[in-house]
Each structure stands twice: as structure tokens, then as C-alpha cells.
Ligand binder design. Structure first.
Ligand code: URA
Length: 417
């Protein structure tokens, strides 16, 4: 067996055997397969797809490419994962709520991918927060404060870590086999026995339409079953950004404001109650979905979820004075109003466009080695369905370079009809 034959087989639209998939993953991890060979195979998978059996084999090969955590000492761990989106700060809000309701919250998250943001980049915008703790500290924190959120360690699904970073730089993110195997390999390796998946769907998601979202949901549920993990998938809308803020620090501030009960965007309320209620039911902490939804909202209102967020940040070395007083976060140099070009109803605020422009401002990466700018992004006051008058402020661009802000103001981010 050699990698050239495997690439050629997938290039020609043929099915790969379990051994060929295992060979690719084993040799890529050992650097015997180069990044350019892996890129060729990934592109061939992107174009020609994989059947259910191949996806399951790829998932398991990646899951067992490193350590597989045993979290049984923590009890009934329920994990959540999103297929990614623009303005998606749901983990920052939901995991403290879940932990405050007595479910051990042990979560490994990712960085930004393509035009979407990542929880780890957002958490790293909090001064001092350490996303690279070791697994022993991760488990200790969950035992002590009920919650820990860390980056994928070197040893956990290292094949996914390498492939994820590679896909980000070769335009191979929006692919059902690659997304399903990436997420499920991490979930299997991270040790959760019950999993709730947020399958985002729309312009700002990797799945652009309901059919693809459903296909992805079905394959991930199947992989969950095959690996003995009860998996529930919820399909959520991602045609416009989630909530009102996009950009790393800006999204942390929005999550904190929500947990402080300062405000609650309708779409975020819908997502956290749907996902959260399913997590509570799976953990036997709610009798049904309605009961679960009210428990989620109750623990925001009574401040318990906010307290949990503070404990999470403190236990990972973060400076909680920034959370207690979010005006301490460093701001972008230029904060410029976006005004309505005409009166009418907003019919679109394209999440894909916003995600790409947010990367252009510096919030995401173009190369594996790029660093991100935590300050930049967008704050929106108005979203789809709102009636606006010409000249009204619809939101703000947060930029560190005047030319970039000017370029963005020339774009028609909002469609008004
Ligand atoms: N999230 C992941 O972890 N992997 C993907 O491929 C997409 C979203």
C-alpha cells in the first residue's frame, strides 16, 4: 500500500478500504505522508465524498490516533458541539449553565475554521485564560468547580488536529465526511458518553441547506450509535450571525452580558434552550424538554450560571476582573457606525459575508500560523425583520485599520427592502 495509490483511488471516485484509511491516518501522524499529499487526498474526499462505512472508518482511525479519555470518574458527562458558525458563542453561555445545573461540563473546543470563529480563540481573548492545560488539570477542574473548557491537546485525536488546520488553509471545510469525522472523532476521544450536536444551517454555516444539514445529522447520529455514544442532533439557523456580536472579545462580552441577564437575543435564547434542554434530558436532570428549557432560563435569571462562568475562568488562570467589568477589555482603534442606506425592512444580513469580513479585519486566520486580533469585528443593533429608517445606525465595525473599516462601509452588508 502507498499513499499515491490511495490518493489516485479517491481522485477517481473509488471507495477506500478500512486499511487504506487507517494507513493514511497512521502515516500522516508520523509525517511519512506530507501535508501536500494529505491536501490532495482531502481535496479528493471533498470532491468525491465518502460513503457511511468510509466515514465511520475515518472517524475511528482519527479518534484512536492518540489518547482516548476516560471520564467515567466524573459521572454522566454530556458534551455539546456545534458544526460552526458566525457569532456562535453558544458554548461560552451554555456550558456554565449546564455546569450550574449539576452536569459535569468537560469540554474540548476548537479554533476558528474558514469563515467561522472558534471557542478557543474567544476564550484566549480573556487575559490569563489558559486553554492549553493538561488533561489531569482538566479533570481536576471539572471535579472541583464542575466545568473546564480547553483546547484539543496534542494527544487527543491528533490526526483531526492536523487535518483541521490543513483543511482551513486549502478551502476544504464544507464537506460532510470531513466535518462528521472531525467532530465525532474528537467527541469519541474526549470521553463523553452522551452528545448533543448543534448542526448549523445557512449561509454562515458549512451546511448551506436543510438537506445537507439533515444528511450530516444522520451520519453523526449513526457514528454515535456505532461507538456507543447516545447522540442527539438539533438543526439551527445560521443565515445571519448568531446574536449581535461577531469577533473574539466582542463575543465574550456578549456571552457575559447574557449570563448577567443584561439582555437576551431571541436566536440565542432559542439555541441555548433547545440544546440545553436536550442535554438535561440525556443526563436525567429534566423530566422533559419543556422542564429542561425552564431550568436553563432559571439558572441565568438567578445568577448561578454567571457564578459558574467566573469559577471556570478563575480556575483556568483568567483575570475575572475583565468579566466583572467588561469595559476593561482593550477596544479596537476605530469603532465606526454602519448606517441604513435606505428605509425599509431588513431582509438579509449575510452571515457568510460577515464571517469573511470579520476575518479580513483580523479576527480569523488565512494561514495555519497566523495570529488573530481579538479586538476586531462587528456589533449589530438591527437584524433580519427589523424596520429601519434611512440614516439609522444598524451596527458598528470594530477595526484597527481605517482602510479596512472604509472598505467594509462600502459593502452592502444589510439588504433592505
Ligand atoms: N467543527 C469541527 O470540530 N470540525 C469541523 O470540521 C467543523 C466544525
Amino acid at each position: 500500500m502507498n499513499i499515491l495509490e490511495i490518493i489516485a483511488k479517491k481522485r477517481d471516485g473509488k471507495e477506500l478500504s478500512k486499511d487504506e484509511i487507517q494507513y493514511f491516518i497512521d502515516e500522516y501522524i508520523k509525517d511519512n505522508v506530507t501535508d501536500y499529499q494529505a491536501a490532495a487526498l482531502v481535496m479528493a474526499i471533498y470532491i468525491n465524498g465518502m460513503n457511511e462505512r468510509e466515514i465511520t472508518d475515518l472517524t475511528l482511525a482519527m479518534a484512536y490516533s492518540g489518547d482516548v479519555l476516560d471520564l467515567s470518574s466524573l459521572g454522566n458527562v454530556v458534551d455539546k458541539h456545534s458544526t460552526g458558525g458566525v457569532g456562535d458563542k453558544i458554548t461560552l453561555i451554555l456550558m456554565p449553565i449546564i455546569a450550574s445545573l449539576g452536569i459535569p461540563s468537560a469540554k474540548m473546543s476548537g479554533r476558528g475554521l474558514g469563515f467561522t470563529g472558534g471557542t478557543i480563540d474567544k476564550l484566549e481573548s480573556i487575559p490569563g485564560y489558559n486553554t492549553q492545560i493538561n488533561v489531569e488539570t482538566f479533570i481536576e477542574n471539572v471535579k472541583n468547580v464542575g466545568i473546564s473548557i480547553m483546547g484539543q491537546t496534542l494527544n487527543l485525536a491528533p490526526a483531526d488536529k492536523k487535518l483541521y488546520a490543513l483543511r482551513d488553509t486549502i478551502s476544504c471545510t464544507e464537506s460532510i465526511p470531513l466535518i462528521a469525522s472531525s467532530i465525532m472523532s474528537k467527541k469519541i476521544a474526549a470521553g463523553a458518553n452522551k452528545i448533543v450536536l448543534d448542526i448549523t444551517c445557512g449561509s454562515g454555516a458549512f451546511m448551506k441547506n436543510k438537506e445537507d444539514a439533515k444528511k450530516l445529522a444522520d451520519i453523526m447520529t449513526k457514528i454515535g450509535e456505532l461507538s456507543g455514544r447516545k447522540t442527539v442532533c438539533i438543526i439551527t439557523d445560521m443565515n445571519q450571525p448568531v446574536g449581535n456580536c461577531v469577533g473574539n472579545t466582542l463575543e465574550v462580552i456578549e456571552a457575559v452580558d447574557i449570563l448577567k441577564s443584561k439582555y437576551m437575543p431571541k436566536d440565542i435564547e432559542h439555541i441555548i434552550t433547545e440544546l440545553g434542554a436536550n442535554m438535561l434530558v440525556l443526563a436525567n436532570k429534566a423530566s422533559n424538554i419543556e422542564d429542561g428549557k425552564s431550568k436553563i432560563l432559571e439558572n441565568i435569571a438567578n445568577g448561578k450560571a454567571y457564578e459558574k462562568l467566573l469559577q471556570l475562568i478563575q480556575s483556568q488562570g483568567g483575570d475575572i476582573s475583565y468579566i466583572e467589568n467588561t469595559s476593561k477589555f482593550e477596544k479596537a482603534k476605530y469603532i465606526i457606525e454602519i448606517r441604513a442606506k435606505k428605509s425599509g425592512i431588513i431582509t438579509s444580513l449575510d452571515a457568510y459575508k460577515v464571517g469573511n469580513l470579520s476575518n479580513y479585519l483580523g479576527a480569523g486566520r488565512l494561514k495555519k500560523t497566523d495570529s488573530i486580533n481579538p479586538r476586531v469585528g462587528f456589533v449589530f443593533n438591527k437584524k433580519v425583520g427589523d424596520t429601519v429608517t434611512q440614516g439609522e445606525v444598524l451596527g458598528y465595525v470594530h477595526a484597527d485599520e481605517q482602510e479596512k473599516a472604509d472598505f467594509i462601509l462600502e459593502q452592502d452588508l444589510f439588504e433592505i427592502n
